[in-house]
Design a protein around this ligand. Structure first.
Ligand code: ANZ
Ligand code: ZN
Length: 981
């Protein structure tokens, strides 16, 4: 027999498998399906890494196993092909990213095929190909049309060297992950996906999927659910209120007199105007009246009810000064409704310049009554939208706020700082407030704050810092006190100072906190530094019995545990957990759940990505590209040199277009999408990869999805997994799928380290190239070696010596073929080993314990080596067990037997229960090390069962009498020692 020569057989079978389409998923099969998926790779210029090989081999073993078990397996591969490296390479070398990418794909393909991975190549996809990204763009529009994609100005991490926006996780210690340049913060108009709307579903979904616990924990932390309360702290500053009544009303009607009194009793001045001809009003005349009567300044708050809102907006449009705030109470504008214009404006045509209004007020609030009989919700929404107003839904005492007293109106009329706290029980101990440097209230305090220059400088400085820098533990806290303005603690009624400090983040909660230094570490540290008072309001239950109250001693540490309330008025003595809701309610706060999860920023100022399918028109605004015009292709007349603007903006052919709605001149959105968008839905495309009408048909989705096994590294996948789950939840909600989790079972491969235990990296020169290993030892050896390195999920170092071990094992198997005979009798002993091997390899593959499966195959091979002859039947059992691990050698040897078809479509062997049963054994039972009896147990009996049996023995019971079992020591098959005391 010839010596084992992998080169010869591997190439041969590779070609044969490909020619016979052996691994293509069968569309017509009635067998149960199984979808085994690898995280598709980014085709980098460096080629495949041994870490890829590890994960791909594991899922390949599983896919092959399922095929042999009679499943119709879908096991596809494709390319996550958009991304920065190809673009950066283009900047350096001027080689088009498409060219680099296609070349890299070619190389990856060759490498993957050489490894004998059983992919269905007929379904290959690449996210950079127009037939694919057409549907990525479709998904953008799908989200947009469902209100889940929106544009807003946002602070983003900006790398001045890469000239691009970075995601938070691309910022490492304040530096760009790629080029190590210091990252700065910058304001840009960006597209976002509203993933936050699904926070709760994304959290709950984790309960029902089979994923590694650590990965689920990671997802939970990323979503970061917190339960607490929102509480308002009135700002102790005097304003000038202007109240405008509605149609057929007057300052003497509705809530006006009451509100005026309430506001005045708080020290504000109030001007309640009597608008002319309220019974049959002319809004234009009323506007003129307001402008004549009122002197607007930065301390003015205009509160307008109903028709008064139209008057207010129009008046503010031409004040010329910026007022503090405008509050609409169930208001509306006229120009959106021609009938109303006619009815209420008799003197002139009436349109309102929303932008001017926005310019002339600090902020606009829209207060809407849930049960409003006059203003419907859509009108309220539209009004809020055109004015950029914050819309708040409340319940009026009487529909449309016409009661004599309307507490919600008062509540929102008063300027206050809203905080989010998880500890409303500590409210009596809140001794100061902190605003994030970006807090919108700050701008309105410019005239009031005496040390404005200092505040401004601080805010400016905070801008340059990343979130991580700001919140790092142990970092010294900094901040500035706002001189000349205070807030009122709503529980104690006392005035407390307001600070601006960067340890409070603008994007979490409400961007403001109540600080409780006695019970929060960060607040304590800050209070010590700025000499702010510390007030204990929760004590450990045991401290309550002591006479001396804590605050009489010097407080030197923070008590952050639950306990019993003190110094909290009528809540003294209450348990802190109970006090949370009670105190929140006492001050009119609302219990509220907050999430750390932010909306997903998808705009990238880059070339090599899927263009965002939006067109901007002067007249129509943002217009989605009609579906029939997809895909929006990437133009080739661009320069890749980054300038901070998207490269697409400079392409003439791309940039200037015609508005699909009005036909006027318009321009295209020039940003591309985050590549995570491409990878959020690719697993659907594999089900129906050539569909030109849909991203995948419902029928094919139903046939193949969800994914039964998803395999990939644990690093860098938190976001990918979250985003993919988000897409699936949205699809589910809109009836595209009958499942709402895409990946039923997830497994990770561990890192493969270099032989020196360090991470493999080009700069360290310790990278192992799989091509070389395949060239020297063969793909079967590489696969077997990597699977034998250790448990799949742990990190493990490369070891050249052990590769040779794997190769020798396969050589040994090869040599056994010579001993195979058609006659001969089955030896009892070997038969047992063979059946135990079937049992173990089967359950090990099911449990992803590939290293132990291989070691069982080695035991079996060793036994065969001792034998003079091997029955053909037994030999073929062994080859089938080996096939998923070493597909080439098993195929070659299998075809050497009378079998005509591939081993990879043969059926998986079954074991005989009678042959795997381990013999009973008699073992000694000790008590405290002395043998006191014996029991007879099976070879695989577990400790607790052995103990139970031992406890039945009278001689053992005697020695345990009056004692307690401290522990047991169990050596399977040998001894059970019971330790008592
Ligand atoms: C008062 C208080 C007292 C708080 C106390 C804690 C302990 P998690 O659990 O992470 O949700 N906080 C709220 N918004 C913040 C922001 N934008 N930036 C920084 N910190 C913020 O944390 C919630 C707690 O973090 C909140 O509860 C608030 O401090 C702070 F003994 O309020 B706490
Ligand atoms: Zn238009």
């Amino acid at each position: 027999m010839e010596a084992y020569n992998p080169k010869k057989i591997e190439e041969k079978w590779q070609k044969e498998w490909e020619d016979s389409s052996l691994y293509e998923a069968d569309e017509k099969s009635k067998k149960p399906k199984s979808y085994v998926l690898d995280m598709f790779p980014y085709p980098s210029g460096d080629g495949l890494h041994v870490g890829h090989v590890e994960g791909y081999t594991a899922s390949d073993i599983y896919a092959r196993f399922l095929r042999m078990k009679g499943k119709n397996v879908l096991h596809p591969i494709g390319w996550d092909a958009f991304g920065l490296p190809a673009e950066n390479y283009a900047i350096k070398t001027k080689v088009h990213p498409r060219e680099t990418t296609e070349k890299a794909i070619e190389n990856f393909t060759r490498q993957i095929k050489s490894l004998g991975l059983s992919y269905d190549w007929s379904r290959e996809i690449g996210t950079h190909r127009p037939e694919y990204f057409k549907w990525t763009q479709w998904f953008f529009l799908f989200l947009y049309k469902n209100g889940l994609a929106y544009k807003k100005k946002a602070k983003v991490n900006w790398c001045p060297s890469c000239q691009t926006v970075l995601a938070n996780e691309q910022v490492v210690n304040g530096l760009c992950e790629r080029c190590k340049t210091e990252v700065v913060q910058k304001d840009l108009e960006q597209w976002f996906f509203k993933i936050t709307e699904y926070a709760e579903q994304l959290l709950n979904g984790l309960e029902k999927i089979d994923w590694p616990e650590s990965t689920k924990t990671h997802q939970r932390n990323w979503i970061g659910k917190s339960e607490g309360a929102e509480i308002d702290f009135p700002v102790d500053k005097k304003y000038h209120y202007v109240l405008l009544h509605g149609y057929k009303s007057s300052p003497k009607m509705n809530f006006h007199p009451w509100l005026k009194k309430e506001l005045e009793s708080r020290g504000h001045t109030v001007e309640a105007l009597e608008l002319p001809n309220s019974q049959d009003p002319d809004v234009a005349e009323q506007v003129e009246y307001v402008l004549k009567k009122v002197t607007f300044d930065e301390n003015t708050i205009v509160l307008a009810h109903s028709l008064g809102s139209a008057v207010a907006a129009k008046a503010i449009e031409s004040t010329g000064v910026k007022i503090h705030k405008l509050i609409f109470v169930s208001g509306f504008l006229l120009d959106t409704d021609p009938n109303r214009v006619e009815k209420y404006v008799k003197t002139a045509p009436f349109t309102c310049d929303y932008e001017k209004v926005k310019e002339n007020v600090g902020s606009i609030l829209y207060l809407y009554d849930k049960n409003d009989a006059f203003v419907d919700e859509n009108m309220a929404k539209r009004t809020s939208e055109v004015l950029g107003a914050e819309m708040v839904q409340v319940e009026a005492k009487q529909s449309h706020f016409v009661a004599k007293e309307e507490p919600e109106v008062l509540k929102y009329a008063i300027e206050s700082v809203r905080v989010f706290t998880t500890r409303p029980d500590t409210l009596f101990g809140a001794t100061y407030l902190v605003l994030a440097p970006e807090h919108p209230l700050l701008a309105g305090l410019k005239e009031t704050v005496q040390n404005w220059k200092e505040v401004e400088k601080y805010v400016e400085m905070a801008k340059g810092k990343t979130e991580l820098e700001r919140t790092k533990e142990g970092k010294e806290k900094t901040g500035v006190k706002l001189e000349g303005v205070e807030a009122k603690n709503p529980a104690t009624g006392e005035n407390i100072p307001i600070y601006v400090a960067d340890y409070v983040l603008s994007q979490y909660g409400t961007g403001a906190i109540m600080a409780v230094p006695a019970h929060d570490e960060r607040d304590f540290e800050f209070a010590q530094k700025y000499d702010i008072s510390v007030k204990t309001v929760v004590e450990a239950p045991e401290d309550r019995t002591e006479n001396a109250s804590k605050d009489e001693k010097k407080i030197s540490e923070v008590y952050s545990e639950p306990g019993v309330l003190v110094h909290s008025g009528k809540f003294d003595g209450m348990k802190s957990e109970e006090a949370k809701a009670a105190i929140a309610e006492f001050v009119g706060g609302k219990m509220k759940t907050t999430y750390k999860l932010r909306d997903w920023l998808v705009s990238r100022q880059r070339y090599w990505g899927a263009p965002i399918p939006i067109i901007y028109c002067e007249k129509c605004g943002a217009v989605p590209v009609p579906e029939k015009d997809l895909p929006v292709l990437l133009p080739d007349d661009v320069d890749f040199m980054p300038t901070g603007e998207s490269p697409l903006a400079k392409s003439k052919t791309f940039h200037d277009v015609i508005c699909p709605e009005c036909g006027g001149a318009a321009r295209r959105e020039s940003d591309t999408m985050d590549t995570f968008v491409c990878s959020s839905w690719y697993y659907y495309r594999f089900a129906d990869p050539r569909n030109e009408k849909e991203f995948a048909s419902k029928k094919e989705i139903k046939k193949w999805l969800p994914v039964d096994l998803y395999m990939g590294g644990a690093e860098h996948t938190v976001l990918h997994l979250l985003y993919a789950r988000f897409f699936t939840k949205v699809l589910h909600e809109h009836g595209y799928t009958d499942f709402d989790e895409p990946f039923q079972k997830l497994r990770h491969q561990g890192l493969i380290l270099a032989d020196d235990g360090r991470k493999m990296s080009k700069s360290l020169g310790n990278v192992v190239n799989p091509d070389e290993v395949v060239g020297t030892y063969g793909a079967d050896t590489l696969r077997t070696y990597e699977m034998f390195m250790g448990p799949i999920e742990v990190s493990k170092p490369w070891n050249d010596g052990n590769i040779i071990g794997a190769r020798r094992f396969l050589e040994r198997v090869w040599r056994q073929a010579e001993k195979v005979t058609d006659t001969g009798e089955e030896g009892e002993e070997f038969s047992q080993i063979l059946h135990r091997t079937i049992k173990k390899v089967t359950s090990d593959i099911e449990n992803f314990s590939f290293n132990t499966a291989i070691s069982q195959l080695m035991i079996c091979a060793n036994t065969m080596e001792q034998m003079e002859a091997i029955r053909s039947e037994d030999w073929r059992v062994f080859l089938r067990l080996l096939a998923p691990f070493a597909p080439f050698i098993s195929e070659e040897l299998w075809r050497g037997t009378p079998e005509m078809d591939s081993v990879h479509v043969a059926s998986w062997p079954e074991y005989d229960e009678a042959k795997v049963r381990e013999e009973k054994r008699r073992i000694a039972v000790q008590v405290n090390g002395k043998v006191r009896g014996t029991i007879e147990i099976d070879g695989d009996t577990e400790e607790k069962d052995a103990l139970e049996q031992a406890l039945q023995l009278p001689e053992i019971q005697r020695h345990l009498e009056g004692k307690t079992v401290k522990k047991t020591i169990f050596v399977p098959g040998k001894i059970l020692n019971i330790v008592v005391g």
